[in-house]
Write a protein that binds this ligand. Sequence first.
Ligand SMILES: Cc1ncc(COP(=O)(O)O)c(C=O)c1O
Length: 282
Amino acid sequence: MARASALVDGRAADRVAVTDRGLHYGDGLFETIAVRGRCPCLWQRHLERLALGCERLGIPVPAPDTLVAEARQLLDGADAADGVLKLILTRGSGARGYAAPPAPRPTRILSFHPGLPEPRRGTEAIIRLTLCETPLGDNARLAGIKHLNRLEQVLARAEWSDPRILDGIMSDGRGHPVCGTMSNIYVLDAAGIATPPLTRCGVAGTVRDVVRDCATALGIPFQERQLDLSDLHAADGLMMSNALLGLMPVGWLCEHRYSAGTVPAALIDRVRATALEPETLA
Ligand SMILES: Cc1ncc(COP(=O)(O)O)c(C=O)c1O
């Protein structure tokens, strides 16, 4: 069985310092990247989101060349060609207490985990989602970035154990659905595609941008709009996306069934062709 492997600051390792602020405070960021044929998918978009997160949190951005070299080293030596590259960047070590070190030396952790979900073809809506009760906190300074504080998602994921359920939709404190625990969500109706704004909470998915670009290229209106639970039930179709699955039509939300074939096949195919296409590392 292929093993996970990791580099910490460019060296083969499987542990970090007990003083690391990522461990103490979740003071850092991460990216979860699909790898096919030893090459990462959506590499540039992942680096852009990481850079945005660094800017927000005041963490020095790692040099892209360093990340490319370390990703290349890890993927070339991996036991499998397909899998997940997880990139974690913390503010690094510091003295006890919240105050950040004046000149942080960030910790880079790159790990490779063999195995990827098989890309599904067509628009058959077989995915089942549930609704989570754990609310998302409201914080514009953290919204959109993929920071390491994921306790909301951990609590939400503990709300179901049915293996048929792939993800759970989380809402903000006022009950507006925002995203899945590991995905962005979209409703499809006569007006086109709508996805919740991510200005107060949620993660701005790399694939979410691809969905917007592909929908626009296909002439399908795409908008960010605050949704209610009733919008999810009234929609013709519901979709979810993330970097490992691409864009997927949803079949069930709890007991509510969406009819098959409402999501345009051209959109699904186009998004998958972009989001799940390996890029040359540069
Ligand atoms: C909370 C949350 N929202 C959205 C996403 C989708 O982001 P991406 O498309 O970059 O995978 C993820 C991915 O893990 C996530 O955890």
